[in-house]
Design a protein around this ligand. Structure first.
Ligand SMILES: [Zn+2]
Length: 308
C-alpha cells in the first residue's frame, strides 16, 4: 500500500521575517529532496484542506482561536511571543497544517494509504490548549489525534515526539488522557525549559543530556519508549517529526546523525506494525539547516514508506 504526501502552498507563504530560522524554504527543501531521491514516486500527493473550526476546537480553547483569528494581520507582522510572528498568510497556513493532519488521519484510518507524511508549516507541538508559542499556532498532531478518537473506532493512540525541543503543547493537551500515550525525547535545558517531570502517567518524557549523541536516543527508545508503547498497544501512531537534534543544527547539542533518524523511524514503524496495522501519521516539526533537514526528513520518509 502507498503512503500519502500532504502539503499546501500556504506553508510557503507563512514567514516570520528575514533571518528567522523557521523559513518557508524548509518545506521546499524537503520536497526537493524527496523528489530527487525518487521517494515521491512511492507516495500519493494530496493538497491539505483547511481544518474546520470545530476540528481545531477539540484541542484549543474557543477564546484562543478567536484571539488568533481577530489578531491576524492584513499586512506586516503580529508578534505572539519573542520568536513567533504572524504575517498575512499565517492563519491560512495554520488552518491547512492542521487540516493536513485531519486528512492524513482519515486516509490512514480508512486504510486508503498505509502511512502519511505531512510536509507543512507552521509546526504544532509547542502550541498548548490556550496559547501559541515556539513557532507553533495550532497543535497539528493533537488535532489529528482528536479527530481519530472522535470520528473513528479507535481507542488508543501513541504520539511519538523526537524533536530536540520538548513537545510541551502536546503534553498540555493530552496529560491525563488515558486514550493517548506520548513518548518523547528532548534536550535537557533547552526551550521550552520544561518536561523534565512528566505531568501525567500517560507521558513518557526522556530528557537527554547535551552531547549524549545517538547512543542516548537508542537507550531512551529501547529502555523507556518501547516498553511503554508495547504495554499500551496503540491502534494508530502519530509522529512529531522534528529534525533539529542533528549535529549540524545549531539550535541544539545532542549530536544526532542521519542514521539515528533512520534507526528511530524503524523502531516506530515496528511498533506500528506490531500493534496498529502499520498505521503512522508523521508531521513536520523542527529542523533548521536546510540541507540537513532535507536529508534527515528523506531518511525518515524512506523508512516510513517501506523503502529502507
Ligand atoms: Zn524543535
Amino acid at each position: 500500500m502507498l503512503s500519502a504526501y500532504i502539503t499546501h502552498p500556504s506553508s510557503l507563504l507563512h514567514e516570520m521575517g528575514p533571518g528567522h530560522p523557521d523559513c518557508p524554504e524548509r518545506v521546499s527543501a524537503i520536497q526537493d529532496c524527496l523528489l530527487s531521491r525518487g521517494l515521491l514516486d512511492f507516495m500519493v500527493p494530496f493538497t491539505a484542506p483547511a481544518a474546520s473550526r470545530a476540528q481545531v476546537e477539540r484541542v484549543h480553547t474557543t477564546l484562543y482561536i478567536a484571539e488568533l483569528v481577530a489578531g491576524a494581520p492584513a499586512s506586516g507582522y503580529r508578534r505572539i511571543d519573542p520568536d513567533t510572528l504572524m504575517n498575512a498568510h499565517t492563519l491560512d497556513a495554520a488552518w491547512h497544517a492542521a487540516g493536513a493532519s485531519v486528512l492524513a488521519t482519515e486516509l490512514v484510518a480508512r486504510r486508503e494509504v498505509s502511512s502519511a507524511f505531512c510536509n507543512v508549516r507552521p509546526a504544532g507541538h509547542h502550541a498548548t490548549r490556550s496559547a501559541g508559542m515556539g513557532f507553533c499556532f495550532f497543535n497539528n498532531a493533537a488535532v489529528g489525534i482528536a479527530h481519530a478518537l472522535a470520528e473513528f473506532d479507535i481507542q488508543r493512540i501513541a504520539l511519538v515526539d523526537f524533536d530536540v525541543h520538548h513537545g510541551n503543547g502536546s503534553e498540555d493537551i493530552f496529560a491525563g488522557d488515558e486514550r493517548v500515550l506520548m513518548v518523547s525525547t528532548f534536550e535537557s535545558g533547552l526551550y521550552p525549559f520544561n518536561g523534565e517531570e512528566a505531568s501525567g502517567p500517560n507521558m513518557c518524557n526522556v530528557p537527554l543530556r547535551r552531547y549524549s549523541r545517538g547512543e542516548a536516543l537508542r537507550d531512551a527508545v529501547t529502555n523507556h519508549w518501547l516498553p511503554a508503547l508495547d504495554a499500551f498497544r496503540p491502534e494508530m501512531v502519530f509522529v512529531s517529526a522534528g529534525f533539529d537534534a542533528h549535529r549540524d543544527d545549531d539550535m541544539s547539542s545532542l549530536g544526532w546523525v542521519e542514521s539515528d533518524y533512520t534507526w528511530v523511524t524503524r523502531e516506530i514503524v515496528a511498533v506500528a506494525e506490531r500493534h496498529a496495522n502499520g498505521r503512522i501519521i508523521s508531521l513536520l516539526e523542527g529542523g533548521y539547516v536546510l540541507p540537513v533537514l532535507a536529508r534527515c526528513a528523506a531518511a525518515h520518509v524512506r523508512v516510513l514508506i517501506g523503502a529502507d
